[in-house]
Write a protein that binds this ligand. Structure first.
Ligand SMILES: *[C@@H]1O[C@H](CO)[C@@H](O)[C@H](O)[C@H]1NC(C)=O
Ligand SMILES: *[C@@H]1O[C@H](CO)[C@@H](O)[C@H](O)[C@H]1NC(C)=O
Ligand SMILES: *[C@@H]1O[C@H](CO)[C@@H](O)[C@H](O)[C@H]1NC(C)=O
Ligand SMILES: *[C@@H]1O[C@H](CO)[C@@H](O)[C@H](O)[C@H]1NC(C)=O
Length: 376
């Protein structure tokens, strides 16, 4: 705009009696003003504009299609591959006794220590397997932390349908229980699939989450009933929270235990990872009927849907074991803003763990079975 022409007094005489017109008042000095162009130039520029508009339309359509894209979760026929249950439940797991990688105030112990009668942290019968936090009032100073358990299946998986039938989950101040799938030695490159995870009083249901290396997002179309918390699954994004989805309230904590628990079902395939939660009174027939094979295509909408649209599931998730652990305090449960602020737990998390053995009576898993199905 040639601003000098619009400053100061306007003199209609300069332009005859015609109403003032900016078109008239503006000298065609700019190359961008078509008034001074030859016919040829007008045609060329017009054609160029048409091409630019066409490209914009095509790009828009492609991006639009991508955002609308959704994988083909067509029916897969499954076959039972592994059952973890019964008195020998723990034979198929390795016990972990390294320092807790999540900064917890606890001490993971091996099976020999876990099964000492005074501690009794792991215990299996024909009906169920128990995994618990130590409730004995040992000397839990700031160095050692309370005894707890982390077990990892010897067998590793690269896909499948996982049914975790659980009767009781740990809850209460300081606790951070989880049932998850990961190749912990190759984390985050081989990914992490968190199926059951909650902290402290666990009043808001399980948080179903993926943690990955760079390049996995779930920002496209999804079909899920849970509330999505973040779209970038990169392990370090958003304060390490991964891309989580909140399950229903009764999928963790006291609410879960009071209904006799239920089944967490996870389908992991190249098209995506989907997770359902079924409370015990609402299990689908193909889960309760032990001679049937479960068919997720009949289950309706998942609680959490992580489609492959913007995440190459096959390359981000590999060689995962089934892992069960109960951390205490640490990076999530133990943060003041979470422990005191969100959960209104007393004192400091460390003091609570060190001095309050009886507060961990409910800090145990009771697992009916884990079943793993593979595609036929
Ligand atoms: C260990 O725990 C189980 C399950 O809670 C219980 O039945 C058993 O009596 C306990 N054993 C000891 C030695 O306390
Ligand atoms: C259980 O599943 C088997 C195999 O699909 C089927 O033959 C049987 O009728 C089912 N039982 C019930 C009670 O639905
Ligand atoms: C997965 O585990 C198997 C057996 O331990 C190993 O041979 C294979 O190399 C692993 N895959 C990757 C991608 O690390
Ligand atoms: C022990 O747990 C009880 C019940 O949660 C709580 O009221 C109390 O403050 C705790 N004591 C300490 C020392 O943390």
């Amino acid at each position: 705009m040639h601003s000098s022409q619009h400053n100061g007094a306007f003199h209609p005489d300069d332009y005859g009696m015609a109403p003032p017109s900016y078109e008239k008042a503006t000298q065609p000095t700019s190359n961008l003003n078509p008034k001074g162009w030859t016919k040829k130039k007008k045609i060329l520029v017009g054609a160029a504009l048409a091409i630019v508009i066409l490209i914009a339309i095509i790009v828009g359509a492609v991006v639009g299609t991508r955002d609308n894209a959704y994988p083909d979760y067509s029916q897969v026929t499954y076959r039972l591959a592994d059952t973890y249950s019964g008195a020998n439940f723990f034979d198929d797991f390795d016990f972990y006794n390294k320092a807790d990688p999540t900064g917890g105030f606890l001490h993971y112990v091996l099976e020999d220590a876990a099964t000492q009668p005074a501690h009794n942290l792991t215990y299996a019968t024909e009906n169920s397997a128990i995994v618990r936090v130590d409730t004995s009032s040992g000397e839990y100073d700031t160095e050692t932390g309370r005894w707890s358990i982390r077990i990892s299946s010897k067998k590793q998986y690269n896909s499948g349908l996982f049914l975790f039938d659980v009767m009781h989950v740990p809850y209460g101040c300081a606790t951070w229980p989880a049932i998850w799938l990961s190749d912990a030695d190759n984390w985050p490159n081989h990914g992490e699939i968190d199926v059951m995870e909650s902290v402290n009083r666990a009043t808001t249901g399980t948080q179903m989450t993926l943690h990955t290396s760079e390049g996995c997002k779930v920002n496209g179309k999804r079909k899920e009933s849970g509330k999505s918390l973040a779209n970038n699954c990169l392990f370090s994004a958003n304060d390490n929270q991964g891309c989580g989805v909140k399950g229903p309230k009764n999928s963790a904590g006291e609410a879960f235990n009071s209904i006799g628990g239920g089944v967490y079902a996870t389908e992991w395939r190249d098209e995506g990872i989907r997770m359902w939660f079924f409370e015990r009174s609402e299990l689908p027939d193909d889960i309760t009927n032990s001679s049937a094979t479960p068919d997720p295509s009949t289950w309706g909408e998942a609680v959490a849907d992580f489609p492959s649209t913007h995440c190459d599931i096959g390359s981000h998730f590999k060689n995962a074991s089934i892992i069960v652990n109960i951390a205490l305090c640490g990076d999530w449960a133990g943060q003041d803003a979470i422990y005191n602020g969100q959960a209104h737990c007393p004192g400091t998390c460390h003091n609570y763990v060190a001095n309050n053995a009886t507060a961990f009576d409910d800090a145990y898993f009771e697992i009916k079975s884990f079943k793993v199905y593979s595609a036929e």
